[in-house]
Ligand binder design. Structure first.
Ligand SMILES: NC(=O)c1ccc[n+]([C@@H]2O[C@H](COP(=O)([O-])OP(=O)(O)OC[C@H]3O[C@@H](n4cnc5c(N)ncnc54)[C@H](O)[C@@H]3O)[C@@H](O)[C@H]2O)c1
Length: 252
C-alpha cells in the first residue's frame, strides 16, 4: 500500500527541472517531503525553481547540468551522494521538443544530432550515472518522459521518443537486479510555456483533433502519472510506458 509519507526523506533528481513538467514534478515530490534536485541546462531557471520550493518550506537544490554531458551528470550525482548518501528517484525529463519536432530536411543534421544527444543519450547517461547511487534503496525508481509523438513518428523527435520507450524496457531489465524499477510516461500535447511559445495554433488544433478526449492536457495530468509510477502502488510495474494523451493516436 502506498501512503502519503513514503516520499519523506527521499532524494529525487529531476532533469529539465527548471520549467514545465520538470518544475511541476519537483514541486509535487517536494510537497510529499522529498528533497528534490532540479538539474537544468539553464542553471538560472533551475535555481529559481528550487528557490520557489524552498520559499514554501520544501527542500530543493537547483543545479546547472547538460544531460548530454556525462562529466556534468556524474558531478551532479556525486554531489547528491556526498550530500544525501544516495538517490531514490530519477526523472529523465529534459528534452528538446516543440521547435525540434520538425521534418529532417528543415531541422538539419546538427539539430538532429542534438535531439538524439539530449533526448536519447541524456536518458542513458543519467540512468547509468544514477544506478549505483540508487542500488538497493527501497522504492528506487526511474521515470523517463517519452511522448505521444513516439507512436506517430513524424520526425526525429518522435523517433527519439520511440527510443525512450525502447530504453525503458532495456533499462528495466538491466536495472532490476539493483532493485530499480524503470518506467516511462508518454504525455500527449500539454500546453507548457515552451509549447505555447513554439507550437502553431494549427498544429495544436490538429493534435486535439486526433484525441478521443477533446480537451487540452494539463501538467497535473502528467504529475499524477509520475506520482503513481514512483509510488509503492506501482511496485510491480516496470518496463512500461504509460500513455497520458487523452487517447491520441490510440492503437493496439
Ligand atoms: N509539453 C508537451 O506537450 C510534451 C508532450 C510530450 C512529451 N513532452 C516531453 O516532456 C519533457 C518536458 O517537456 P516540457 O514541455 O515541460 O518542456 P520545457 O521546454 O518547458 O522544459 C524543458 C526543460 O529542459 C531543459 N533542458 C533542455 N535541454 C536540456 C539539457 N540538455 N540538459 C538539461 N536540461 C535541458 C530546458 O532548459 C527546460 O527548462 C520533454 O522531454 C518533452 O519532450 C512534452
Amino acid at each position: 500500500m502506498a501512503d502519503d509519507t513514503e516520499h519523506r526523506g527521499r532524494v529525487a533528481l529531476v532533469t529539465g527541472g527548471g520549467r514545465g513538467f520538470g518544475k511541476a514534478f519537483g514541486q509535487a515530490l517536494s510537497a510529499l517531503g522529498a528533497h528534490v534536485v532540479l538539474a537544468d541546462v539553464d542553471g538560472e531557471v533551475a535555481a529559481e525553481a528550487a528557490a520557489e520550493i524552498t520559499a514554501k518550506g520544501g527542500k530543493a537544490t537547483g543545479v546547472a547540468c547538460d544531460v548530454a554531458d556525462e562529466g556534468q551528470v556524474d558531478a551532479v550525482v556525486t554531489g547528491i551522494v556526498e550530500q544525501h548518501g544516495g538517490l531514490d528517484v530519477l526523472v529523465n525529463n529534459a528534452g528538446l521538443h516543440a521547435a525540434y519536432n520538425r521534418p529532417f530536411t528543415e531541422l538539419g543534421l546538427a539539430n538532429v544530432r542534438r535531439v538524439l544527444d539530449v533526448n536519447v543519450m541524456g536518458v542513458i547517461i543519467c540512468s547509468l550515472a544514477a544506478r549505483e547511487a540508487m542500488r538497493g534503496r527501497p522504492g528506487a525508481s526511474i521515470v523517463n518522459i517519452s511522448s505521444s509523438a513516439a507512436y506517430a513518428n513524424r520526425s526525429i523527435y518522435g523517433v527519439s521518443k520511440l527510443a525512450v520507450r525502447g530504453l525503458t524496457v532495456a533499462l528495466a531489465r538491466e536495472f532490476a537486479d539493483a532493485g530499480i524499477r524503470v518506467n516511462a510516461i508518454a504525455p500527449g500535447l500539454i500546453l507548457t510555456d515552451t509549447v505555447r511559445a513554439q507550437l502553431s495554433e494549427a498544429e495544436a488544433e490538429r493534435v486535439l483533433g486526433e484525441q478521443i478526449l477533446r480537451r487540452a492536457g494539463r501538467e497535473q495530468d502528467i504529475v499524477e502519472a509520475l506520482l503513481y509510477l514512483v509510488s509503492s502502488k506501482a511496485s510491480f510495474v516496470t518496463g512500461e510506458t504509460l500513455r497520458v494523451t487523452g487517447g491520441f493516436a490510440l492503437s493496439v
